[in-house]
Design a protein around this ligand. Structure first.
Ligand code: IMP
Ligand code: MG
Length: 187
């Protein structure tokens, strides 16, 4: 089932090496789905994915939850085409469903500074949901600058740029099944 993992990806002067292989990611996604299914038993949560990055993780996550659920998306832009966050977030797409009184699970691919999550929480709060939790496949704990609580975390990773499994560099490499980390980054 697992793809033959590439041992390196070279993009211009940048060298990316494997950080998390497909089987490791899939096993953890199943654990997170089981935990969420247990916590939301008898409820019908709305999983809100943050486009574009989170669509791969959200897809695998919901395929593994055993409860009924709904799905919607926000689209945010913060990184542009760079490897460092611009520090600004713009809302590119609003929700389609009414989340008033609903149980919300925000689904993120990665939390870096926490700005995107903070921004989302503020947006969602205005719709008066019943509850709101956050699941992120990846968290860079040393990069966190905003006071956000991530309820379900797939993996803690170093504060280095990563690609694959939904995460892009200049909009490419989202289709990789494994996650790769920039090897020649100092911090
Ligand atoms: P934050 O707002 O600083 O927490 O950044 C979160 C968003 O930036 C994520 O949803 C990603 O879209 C993007 N991002 C953060 N770190 C990376 C990375 O290492 N690779 C690709 N995108 C990233
Ligand atoms: Mg994202």
């Amino acid at each position: 089932m697992s793809e033959a993992i590439k041992d390196q990806i070279i993009i211009g002067k940048d060298l990316f090496v494997p950080l998390l292989d497909e089987d490791t990611i899939q096993a953890r996604v199943k654990e997170l789905a089981a935990e969420i299914s247990k916590d939301y038993e008898g409820k019908v949560p709305v999983f809100i994915g943050v486009l574009n990055g989170a669509f791969v993780f959200l897809s695998d996550l919901i395929k593994n939850v055993s409860i009924d659920c709904e799905v919607d998306f926000y689209k945010l832009s913060s990184y542009g085409d760079e490897k460092i966050s611009s520090g600004r977030v713009t809302l590119l797409k609003e929700l389609d469903c009414d989340i008033n009184g609903r149980d919300i699970v925000i689904v993120e691919d990665i939390v870096d500074s926490g700005l995107s999550i903070k921004f989302m929480e503020d947006l969602i709060d205005r719709h008066s949901p019943q509850s709101m939790k956050v699941v992120s496949l990846l968290v860079k704990p040393k990069s966190l600058k905003y006071n956000v609580k991530i309820d379900y975390i797939g993996f803690h990773i170093p504060s280095k740029f990563v690609i694959g499994y939904g995460l892009d560099y200049m909009q490419k490499f989202r289709n990789l099944r494994a996650i790769y980390v920039l090897n020649n980054q100092s911090s």
